[in-house]
Design a protein around this ligand. Structure first.
Ligand SMILES: C=Cc1c2[nH]c(c1C)Cc1[nH]c(c(CCC(=O)O)c1C)Cc1[nH]c(c(C)c1CCC(=O)O)Cc1[nH]c(c(C)c1C=C)C2
Length: 541
């Protein structure tokens, strides 16, 4: 059966409520409406807009700053607008989840809007860390790894010995094999402390904005951790081709690829990342429009959920203005938000917590013949080992948006030399334990981001455009023990709600955009035939 086909379903005639109108909620409602056309779906969003963390902002220059710019750098007319991403900014076309998201793009009629960055583009292999006081390009293949041994840089020189020594390190004792541990503990056991502190902590800043000492390796790098269990060594596993793809997933990916128009398919197979014209919000807006057109969907926003009452026949979901009686619920709310609405005690929903991240988007007018950024690439990350005086404002890293997604930007013309765009991300785990009132204000964040790019990248120009977003509780932190807790949560939900409550979204099975789409797809598909909690993937591990 086709991966997104309409299903003969046990949901016919049922009333389904999807809680939350972020990407997971919108895609859950979309899949449910297509796969179960005889069900009635209501999507409930508390805030005034759909889309959640996916948000693309069209920014015009600040009113004051153009006066300060050089005459030739002044932006004019239509070239004044730039698009900033407040949340995710690029998507990887990798694996089943990657192709499910692309298939959503196709189903929404948005393939012509795709902006695809090729694997051979400089941003695909130029990724940097800032350590301890300069940008260091990370090796992107065997040749650059070998070359790194000759480097004057201590971080690069230590890489090859760490990798070569890994097969000789002791594996985890048999009795502890199934026990979760922190990301730091795992990588320092396998590759040494310096590798874990200087490299892995930076990478984890760039995915979870989190602290490797508290995050669960099972939940964040589960497939890598399993290789140690199977082969005793990650390098040996790699040499023996140990990372095997699941044949069922390969088949589904092939089916989804075949549905893509031929030109896009070719482009996407050799793509590093993609986005959409207008920014990634084009995807959530497309979902919202498709749901508005669907006969079996009702959308509600700006109407927060106040309570959920449960009885054997279903639920009554009360919002500020209405009561919705439903047979089943798919909650895409965060764990803590769902917990505050349920009367049953489910401590696993609140065990993790999440981080706040300050996102500062900046655009600088280009000057003819002069490049503003000292390097070309995707961006750079700051490991936690960077000395305090080199990173006083607790930046996690910066994305070089105009290098990473060149097509998103107004082209260089005679009227305007274009812009260099970048986003500085600050805080995350560095701010853990701080009250929201004690965090920097938007104005302070902008000043801190500018000071950071001045010190790290030598950029002292004033930006023509800037936007600051304090993203509160934006990335859930899968703390050590997450997989076990999710297994317990699965049991509790199954016992208490007998298939009437399912969960999906970033609190559970992955924080990335593709993970959220896959969670939505899996829940909707499985609901046709089974009682699902949305946490079944944890039972297999
Ligand atoms: C500087 C902080 C951050 C950067 N991106 C994110 C943060 C917190 C958030 C983020 N990045 C990734 C994900 C997961 C998947 C997704 O939806 O895109 C999230 C939530 C992907 C990612 N980014 C980096 C890596 C190694 C990965 C995982 C695998 C991959 O896609 O390659 C590296 C990275 N992130 C940032 C920078 C500047 C950077 C590398 C130089 C920004």
């Amino acid at each position: 059966m086709h991966p997104t086909a309409c299903l003969a379903t046990q949901l016919a005639g049922q009333r389904l409520a999807v809680l939350g109108g972020g990407l997971t909620g919108l895609s859950t409602a979309f899949y449910l409406s297509r796969q179960h056309p005889d069900a009635q779906i209501v999507l409930l969003e508390g805030s005034p807009r759909y889309g959640g963390w996916v948000r693309s902002v069209r920014a015009t220059p600040s009113r004051i700053r153009p006066a300060l710019l050089d005459e030739h750098a002044k932006p004019t007319g239509e070239h004044e607008e730039v698009i900033f991403e407040a949340g995710p900014r690029s998507v990887r076309p990798r694996g089943l989840e990657g192709w499910l998201t692309l298939d959503l793009v196709r189903q929404l009629g948005l393939t012509k809007e795709l902006l695809v960055v090729d694997k051979n583009h400089v941003s695909a292999f130029n990724r940097f860390i800032y350590y301890p006081d300069k940008l260091v390009k990370l090796p992107s293949g065997i040749t650059s790894l070998l070359r790194a041994t000759l480097s004057s840089d201590s971080v690069l020189r230590s890489l090859l010995p760490a990798l070569l020594g890994e097969p000789f390190r002791r594996r985890k004792p048999e009795q502890a094999l199934q026990t979760d541990e922190s990301v730091h503990s795992f990588f320092s056991r396998r590759f040494g402390d310096a590798f874990a502190t200087n490299l892995v902590s930076g990478m984890v800043h760039g995915i979870y904005a989190g602290d490797t000492r508290t995050l669960s390796v099972g939940a964040t790098f589960g497939s890598i951790a399993k290789l140690e269990q199977q082969y005793g060594s990650l390098i040996v596993a790699l040499l023996r081709g140990g990372v095997k793809s699941d044949p069922e997933q390969t088949r589904l990916v092939k089916e989804l690829q075949d549905l893509m128009p031929i030109d896009e398919r070719t482009n996407l197979r050799s793509a590093s990342v993609w986005s959409l014209r207008g920014g990634l919000e084009t995807l959530t807006l497309g979902l919202e429009m498709a749901l508005r057109r669907a006969d079996n969907v009702t959308l509600s926003r700006d109407d927060p959920i106040q309570s959920i009452a449960h009885d054997p026949s279903g639920f009554t979901v009360s919002t500020t203005s209405t009561k919705h009686v439903t047979d089943r619920i798919v909650s895409t709310l965060s764990g803590p938000s769902l917990s505050s609405l349920l009367s049953a005690d489910m401590p696993e929903l609140t065990a993790n917590g999440s981080v706040n991240v300050g996102v500062v988007n900046l655009a600088f007018a280009n000057k003819p013949g002069k490049r503003l950024l000292p390097v070309r690439g995707f961006g750079y990350l700051l490991p936690r080992s960077v000395p305090e005086h080199q990173n006083p404002y607790k930046a996690l890293g910066a994305v070089f948006d105009s290098d990473m997604m060149p097509e998103m930007h107004p082209p260089e013309t005679e009227a305007s030399p274009g812009y260099t765009k970048l986003s500085v991300l600050l805080g995350g785990a560095h701010w853990t334990g701080r009250s929201i009132e004690s965090l920097p204000t938007d104005d302070e964040l902008e000043i801190q981001a500018l000071a950071t790019v001045q010190s790290h990248l030598g950029i002292s120009d004033l930006p023509t455009h800037s936007r600051v977003h304090m993203q509160r509780d934006c990335i859930p932190q899968y703390l050590v023990g997450h997989p076990d807790r999710m297994r317990t949560l699965h049991e509790r939900i199954a016992q208490t709600y007998r298939g009437r409550l399912s969960v999906a979204g970033a609190s559970y099975t992955g924080v990335g955009l593709n993970n959220c789409v896959k969670a939505a797809w899996s829940v909707s598909r499985a609901m046709a035939t089974e009682q699902v909690t949305g946490l079944e993937s944890f039972l297999a591990s």
